[in-house]
Design a protein around this ligand. Sequence first.
Ligand SMILES: Nc1ncnc2c1ncn2[C@@H]1O[C@H](COP(=O)(O)OP(=O)(O)O)[C@@H](O)[C@H]1O
Ligand SMILES: Nc1ccn([C@@H]2O[C@H](COP(=O)(O)O)[C@@H](O)[C@H]2O)c(=O)n1
Length: 225
Amino acid sequence: MSTPSFAIGIAGGTGAGKTTVARTVADTVGEAVTRIPLDNYYEDLSHLAFEEREEINYDHPDAFEWELLREQLETLLSGRSIEMPQYDFEVHNRTDERVTVEPSDIIVLEGILALHDEVIRELLDLRVYVMTDADVRILRRIERDVIERGRDLEGVIDQYLETVKPMHERFVAPTKKQADVIIPEGANRMALDLLIEKVQAELPDDSPRSDAPDRELSFTDQSTD
Ligand SMILES: Nc1ncnc2c1ncn2[C@@H]1O[C@H](COP(=O)(O)OP(=O)(O)O)[C@@H](O)[C@H]1O
Ligand SMILES: Nc1ccn([C@@H]2O[C@H](COP(=O)(O)O)[C@@H](O)[C@H]2O)c(=O)n1
């Protein structure tokens, strides 16, 4: 167990490529990187019926349990393990499962509002915003939500127009100003190489290093998060 030396936040709109960027960094650098998906910190809505949970605005900051995220991030950064909640998009709720996450040298927090909360921003050493055009993002989202999140086309479009798009404009896009680095067009090889180089430079000398060659960029099933 180590005390993390570097924390990165990766924000951006839905479908921008945040998970792909975070996963490529983690896969390339190896076990020194721990990914924290912000989605796991959606509020526990067990007290609501499924039909009520379907109506929630999941793109508003109030949908997240910020206090728990702050507390768990601080715990990890102080070198102690956490019991991270897990999220199930198909039922719009946390699962009963918690996963033990040990602190590692590099912590990567990724999610639409990863740069929204001031306390969390202060805990981050590098703030990244992944910027991808809205038309590309909605096309990716339709495909992903239908295939991986149990949604139908009409529902994805309604949700996008009613909450995802307006909340993106109100809360997500403005966090671009908080970023140290903006990655255009999602995961692009040059940007990823620079990010990976930076992460590797921040690794302490005794950190486990991956001997795997640089990963090819692949845009496949993301459902294992
Ligand atoms: N640069 C890219 N080019 C093509 N497809 C991509 C790219 N980045 C991500 N994708 C694909 O788009 C979808 C959404 O990407 P993901 O990384 O999950 O976005 P986010 O985490 O921002 O919602 C996934 O199916 C992924 O494989
Ligand atoms: N029950 C839920 C919870 C969240 N969402 C949507 O997920 C998006 C964030 O995840 P990304 O991987 O796309 O960054 C967000 O835009 C929420 O609308 C959902 O549909 N259902």
